[in-house]
Design a protein around this ligand. Sequence first.
Ligand SMILES: [Zn+2]
Ligand SMILES: [Zn+2]
Length: 226
Amino acid sequence: MGLRIHFVVDPHVFYGIAIFCLVALVRASITDPGRLPENPKIPHGEREFWELCNKCNLMRPKRSHHCSRCGHCVRRMDHHCPWINNCVGEDNHWLFLQLCFYTELLTSYALMFSFCHYYYFLPLKKRNLDLFVVRHELAIMRLAAFMGITMLVGITGLFYTQLIGIITDTTSIEKMSNCCEEISRPRKPWQQTFSEVFGTRWKILWFIPFRQRQPLRVPYHFANHV
Ligand SMILES: [Zn+2]
Ligand SMILES: [Zn+2]
């Protein structure tokens, strides 16, 4: 029990999560979200699942969307994220999910540390509040707790909608355009939809941002066109 608590409050665990979070952030913002080439090679027999974009006049698979901010089409686009200054599409959606997950974990950790510091390890409230160091430590801790709560509430909402979107195999854009009607598409098991987003069936790899995503054999637009 003691060992387990020691592991949980070990700052190295915190640093580890922070590194995973930063790698997911950097990679989600610099990875190509799934931009289409000028002259895409449309596989034989898939033509009926492609369409012409009326904004850039290029052929694209169905479920693609034209991002007006970036000025090009993105395969299976979910949304344009101003926080990572990039589109979230087929090729970086998995990194965006990892970013949400590790931000959740990191803010929970920061809040737990602040709480322990205040009440448990070196109870700040019982120390001499006239001391310059204690007053400023307290102020920084309150700021960290405030930011932690704000981030946790915001990211929890976003992460929840993202997870529901993947389980139901619907992008945020599709959800907005079909707000009132059910999208008619065969339901797939959640393991399948997550595997398609993360590009692997190995669940442990879903949490690792240091790897290359390999698209699964069945392309989305072929398997489940709208
Ligand atoms: Zn376009
Ligand atoms: Zn964009």
